[in-house]
Ligand binder design. Structure first.
Ligand code: KIV
Ligand code: ZN
Length: 388
């Protein structure tokens, strides 16, 4: 039976960590409302102990967003951070405390200067305290993909017994590769489901080698119940797993993954544009799903095929993500079929006797200008006396 894959958006926490992308309270509220419209399951909206501004934004979002989306905030495994998270999210209808603590050797010895056992005790103490405040507690084993498996499991077992309801396995530095990450998730899931089947297994990947989406989907295939991601894949360094890529991956290949998501993909385009504009972060033109060229076709062969039937070269209808219809970009590689499509869209029916000559002129123009826009076509038709 297909299982639900929970989508946790962290655009307003990990995404907002991009230098220069900081939002003010009103902007954060607007973005949070748009993300909620997308019907994600959980939304992480800040690190309240980091600043008064972050605290207030988390609190305002918690008051505004309804019960359908769980509101999460992040903090370290220390009481003062947990108190701050609790204060900022307690008015949310469905709040979630998120605690992060390193689990790899470098984190344990170099970052904390503690013994592995001391770090486990710190995590257990934090989870016990957090779960005395709220029922939903997520524990993230920072740098999990570079951690030693036995230690990882020892920590998971201890924090689950202490009350953690979600175990998050981050590839913090984007080091993982899909096959290995999938195996890691498989091993954890196998034990976790025996330990407590109610505990959710989550993943959080970074994109340092461009594999965040592949790693996340490999994790889903191997038992992950929940995925963490950001709109447009924004986030620390090379960014996080892109929400739109994972959501569409699951929607297009639900049978393979044995899962589904209830995210409303029709809101993706608008959310993507809003996040980009509000945070001042341009979207790469060839970005999968949301880039400007994601549904633009310029090769003559492709244009001809598409005009015969869209599914020849389109794996999803742009409408599925709320994007404008596919675009035929006229260039010197466009054939007569594509050119006729554009002229007819502009309202012209070119007589057979003139079509060869006009197409020749179009090619000359395209060689010179590279890309031909509607206005260029109108000018061309005008020069051929087809437009008054
Ligand atoms: O990358 C990371 O490890 C994180 C954790 C807080 C989940 O962002
Ligand atoms: Zn992260």
């Amino acid at each position: 039976m297909a299982r639900k894959i929970y989508v946790f958006d962290t655009t307003l926490r990990d995404g907002e960590q991009v230098p220069g992308a900081k939002l003010n309270l009103v902007e954060k509220l607007d973005v949070a409302e748009q993300i909620a419209k997308m019907k994600v399951d959980m939304m992480e909206v800040g690190f309240p102990s980091s600043s008064q501004g972050d605290f207030e934004a988390v609190q305002a979002i918690s008051r505004k967003i309804g019960k359908d989306v769980s509101i999460a905030a992040l903090g370290r495994a220390v009481r003062s951070d947990i108190d701050c998270i609790y204060e900022s999210i307690r008015e949310a209808e469905n709040p979630l405390i998120h605690i992060v603590l390193g689990s790899s050797d470098v984190h344990v010895s170099k970052k904390f200067g503690k013994t592995p056992q001391q770090v486990i005790e710190m995590g257990v103490g934090a989870v016990k305290y957090a779960s005395s405040l709220l029922p939903q507690v997520q524990y993230s084993l920072e740098d999990a993909s570079r951690s030693e498996f036995d230690y990882l499991w020892q920590t998971i077992e201890a924090v689950v017994k202490a009350g953690a309801t979600i175990i998050n396995v981050p590839d913090t530095v984007g080091f993982a590769i899909p096959e290995k990450f999938g195996q890691l998730i498989y091993r954890i899931n196998d034990r976790l489901k025996n330990l407590d089947p109610k505990v959710m297994l989550s993943v959080h990947c970074h994109n340092d080698t461009g594999l965040a989406t592949a790693n996340t989907l490999a994790a889903v295939k191997n038992g992950a119940d929940k995925v963490e991601c950001t709109i447009n894949g924004i986030g620390e360094r090379a960014g996080n797993t892109s929400l739109e890529e994972v959501v569409m991956g699951i929607k297009l290949h639900g049978d393979y993954y044995g899962g589904y998501t209830t995210v409303d993909s029709h809101q993706i385009y608008e959310t993507s544009r809003m996040v980009s504009a509000t945070m001042g972060l341009d979207i790469q033109v060839n970005k999968a799903i949301t880039g400007e060229n994601a549904f633009a076709h310029s090769s003559g062969i492709h244009q001809d095929g598409l005009l015969k039937s869209k599914d020849v070269y389109e794996i999803m209808d742009p409408e599925t993500i709320g994007a404008p219809a596919m675009e035929i970009v006229l260039t010197a590689r466009s054939g007569r079929h594509a050119f006729a499509h554009v002229t007819s869209r502009l309202g012209f029916d070119i007589p057979e006797t003139l079509s060869a000559e006009i197409y020749k002129k179009f090619l000359l123009m395209a060689d010179e200008k590279k890309e031909i826009y509607d206005n260029d076509v109108l000018n061309l038709l005008n020069s051929c006396s087809l437009v008054c």
